[in-house]
Design a protein around this ligand. Structure first.
Ligand code: ZN
Ligand code: ZN
Length: 138
């Protein structure tokens, strides 16, 4: 488990119970939308507003603690950016899964070809998951 206090302080962000709760919620779920974070967190922090969750997510995203994942026609979801991997997304049911493969080859090539200093990836491969493919065949 990540020490969120340390990572917040390292980015000069104030450590607040709400921020810790948001980060824990994301860690627990892997990928989660702002609406879902809000729904889950409200049980422990009844006074928190959607705007507060939104603002905190933005702050965490801006300092690169969180990564945004955008899949077509879906709400954007967030995950902890310390973990490097790519995603596969199902167009039918909206499922999003992590694929833990070494992408340093691709990323090094991209850096070379573009001259950019690359520090993160948010690749999403789109298709149909095995469950949905199975249903379609019936
Ligand atoms: Zn599916
Ligand atoms: Zn992921």
């Amino acid at each position: 488990m990540m020490n969120f206090e340390v990572s917040l302080k390292a980015k000069n962000l104030k450590v607040t119970p709400q921020r810790i709760a948001i980060l824990k919620e994301i860690e627990k779920n892997g990928h989660i939308s702002i609406d879902d974070i809000y729904e889950n967190i409200r049980k422990d922090y009844p006074s928190i507003s959607l705007a507060t969750v939104y603002k905190n997510i933005t702050a965490l995203y801006e300092v690169n603690i969180l990564r945004e994942i955008k899949a077509p026609a879906q709400k954007q979801r967030y995950e902890l950016s310390c973990d490097h991997h790519i995603h596969v997304a199902c167009e039918k049911c909206g499922k999003l899964e992590d694929i833990k493969i070494d992408i340093s080859d691709i990323s090094n090539k991209c850096a070379k070809m573009s001259g950019y200093q690359l520090y993160d990836t948010s690749a999403v491969f789109i298709g149909i998951c095995p469950e949905c493919a199975h249903k379609e065949k019936k």
